[in-house]
Design a binder for this molecule. Sequence first.
Ligand code: ATP
Length: 548
Amino acid sequence: MDKQNDQSRMDKIVSLAKRRGFVFQSSEIYGGLNGFWDYGPLGVALKRNVKDAWWRDMVAGHDELATLTGAPSPYEMTGLDCTIIMHPQVWKCSGHFDLFHDWMIDCRESKRRYRYDHLHGRWAAHRGKKVFVTTEASGDEAVPETVARAQKFFGLRAKQVDEIEWGGGLESLEQVIAAGSATLADTLGPDAAAPGSLTEPREFNLMFETRIGALAGDDDDRAFLRPETAQGIFVNFKNVLDTSRVRVPFGIAQVGKSFRNEITPRNFTFRSREFEQMEIEFFCKPAESAEWYRFWRDRRWKWYLGLGLTEGRLQLREHHRDELSHYSVGTADIEYAFPFLAEGEFGELEGIAHRGDFDLRSHMEGKLIRKDGELVVETGPDGKPRHRGSGKDLSYFDDVSRERYVPHVIEPSAGADRGTLAFLCDAFHEDEVPDEDGKPRSRTVMKFHPRLAPVKAAILPLVKKDGMPEVAIDLYRALKPHMACQYDEKGSVGRRYARQDEAGTPWCLTIDGQTLADKTVTLRDRDSLVQSRVPIADVVDLLRDKLA
Ligand code: ATP
């Protein structure tokens, strides 16, 4: 297998994404805006196909009468579309207002800002001078980076590098400072020439704030752009129960924009400040929740495989107990080996969390904290709830078993942009194909799963005469109501194939001399390059079957 994790591969993907109209930098003509991305003509179709596949497979196409493999019973699925700005109390009770923080650290010298938990370093000494050298790099690149930085700091030539004495392996800056074994005064920032340029870490709430109303001014008008779509589902739980016939177990799905003022947006669309999520809150009986958790974890894992992500580049990672949120009974991440990461590293595509009854209780009773192993309402100095809940009863009455309980929640929470980026990276291939004269020509081909491909078929008349365009246009019109297709008569057929390969179009249909004689067309398969003759009359059904 060729080396997949390298920056040059990522650079090629980013450049193709720009050149072919998958992804543009937001507001590019004004110099761009860090952490914000726009989807171009091919990108919007790709991302829409990812979201549509998710909605179809999880919600619209779900068979409510069947017991799916691994599921304890049949279940129902429904959906919601909630607002981005919600009552500020929602975020106080959910915990985001108090807890949704990252620690950031600034460098006075380089003027750069870092996530505190992203910095690592190690002690280096040379002729009595000692410094804690830090880097933002991770994986295989981190150690060579510290060597290069120390060499520069001590003013050494390459052959003197062995004179540096190292005080051990890489350690997290956060932990070293907490343990008192280094101070910020001893620390050489990742982009600084001298130690002591890093500021004390500061807490930073990731929620974007806004004001509601024309006369906004006092604190009561403060509102937030949602950092996740999930809370809209919890606060509508009762509305859904009261207005539809759903019964536990059931899931509510939502796709929509979320906003996080990330300290260091990076890695193309991977960490953006505005992004889309595809979330399900699945409500079940507490006694069955562990089984449902396993069901959803496995089901979501298979979804990515079914849409063609390379299994060897995917990882299902069960969180250790000390990594779990204070309310979580179990969490697993589905991760992908993005090419911008070091070899052996993975980035999160989706988290599947067992959240117990934390969310529904928070919105009933008020913000919860864990005390002596129990979730209790957090109180202020006056003994009253720190953040008061809605007071509404969000319990569920099971009219068959005659039991009343607060359902437990399993939450598969996926990022539409991260998923789209993984599909984009996984699809990128470079190979060689014979050109029209049989000579090898290198090609870039996006091997998207046909369901995700922005364009499913291209219809190409071999030449712009002899009645071929007319036949091709008829075929285009027959196919268009069923799938996204393009008509292209410009340039040599080889160039037209190359354009479609870069766009990831799975099938090309060429109308040639033989078409006029026997009403067949050439069907070219993007991946195998096999060309077969198909009667025009069969094309629509054939491609529809392939897409089904
Ligand atoms: P990370 O640790 O990478 O910041 P997270 O654990 O905070 O992610 P969640 O809160 O679990 O992420 O959000 C669920 C999903 O939403 C993630 O798996 C990811 O796909 C997506 N997501 C979260 N933050 C971002 C972001 N800044 N940009 C793009 N997608 C995001």
